[in-house]
Design a protein around this ligand. Sequence first.
Ligand code: F6P
Length: 468
Amino acid sequence: MNTLSPTQCKAWGQLAVHAESWRSVHLRDLFANDVARSVQFIAEGPGLRYDYSRQRLGAMTLRLLAHLAQERGFYEWREALLAGKRINDTEDRAAWHTALRAADAPAEVRETLSRMKVLVSELRNQKRFRRVVNLGTGGSDLGPRLVADALGDGRLDVRFAANVDRRDLERALEGAQPDSTLFVVASKTFTTQETMANAEAAKRWGGKHFFAVTSNVEAAKKFGADEILPMWDWVGGRFSVWSAAGFAAMCAIGPDGFEDFLGGARDTDEHFAAAPLEKNVPVLMALIGVWNTNFLGAATHAVLPYSNALRLLPAYLQQLEMESNGKRVDREHGAVDYATAPVLWGAEGTVSQHSFHQLLHQGTQTVPCDFIDLNLEKTLSANCCAQADALAFGTEAPALPAYRQYPGNRPSSMLFFEELTARNLGRLIALYEHKVFTQGVIWNINSFDQWGVELGKELAKKILKGER
Ligand code: F6P
């Protein structure tokens, strides 16, 4: 597999030179001088329109970025990802999350999904359990929590506890009774300190009904779980919402909703696998991110869903992007000499506008933004579009004092969906997964391990044992 450093690629040098010619270009002038811009820089993905006309780039930029991806062996890496090859070299594992939603999914995946559907249908159709509490953290929490928060229909009261701070579990159990509460202990390893502590605390509270979702069946048996749903080492935690790790999500949205969610991800997978690079939405998202980070110097990236239902999306994407691509060592295990993942942050619009948009418009840092418009309400869409325009075009009002000037030229992209559905949420999350993968390829890093979190865990254990 190609492990050439991106900075050794011809296109990298060309992009660096090309970036110089963009330093003094303003988005205002680009739009004024090119009426076709707002239709030229648009790509259609499954169920969505991706408008990147407000990015500071041109056709040549995109050509060079596509060359960079090709020089980095993008096609070969994509094939390896989709075929379930062991591309996570430091753990000698595949990263085959696409198999979880494939039409021809492996038998073990289909069997697990069927089992989940039976269990969830029972739970949703009976009166025995009123509360489902998911105990997990990271990928065993953020995905199902996001889906449940976005689309939960209220048939079951589904709660989440992730923090080892006992207040988190206390909150999840407010008003609950042990007899009518089902705990789902979701942990791929079944060794995560916070999750195991919460599972034990749930037992002490009087919890009697426990399901486990894990790849560590032995540990789950020892714990005494009534039902064990498998996870596999070829699915990374932050890519696992499509698996049994999404059990609490299925409880919240129902088996049919979960099927739609998987179907949406499958739509994006098919698009990612087949669309040419210049029309491939997740690839474009990745390339534009590389352009902003490595050539225009952006250090952070904001995600702004104009939807209360998607208020947890930034938190979900923080793990997906930063645990995957927050790396300083390349695939040859040498230190990189270029930036990798920017800091990802964000919040739901319009709430964000009254918090940190001041910095977006007039701060000293340029923060590329993803605006996500789900066509929910006119006021939301109007605000979403207004923010993107204000950032891009600013004001030309020299008579106003400096503090009332908006410099503009601040890049953003728009993702438009027609509505908020399980299918569209699946499509959206999978877009970001493939964006992350593509950026990992360009940066020549392994997006699928997370060694950076280990040291802190070990030290905390030592401190607890009094060894430090
Ligand atoms: O510590 C990081 C991490 O390993 C994440 O990658 C993972 O999603 C999370 O912890 C939870 O892990 P587990 O599902 O094994 O409890």
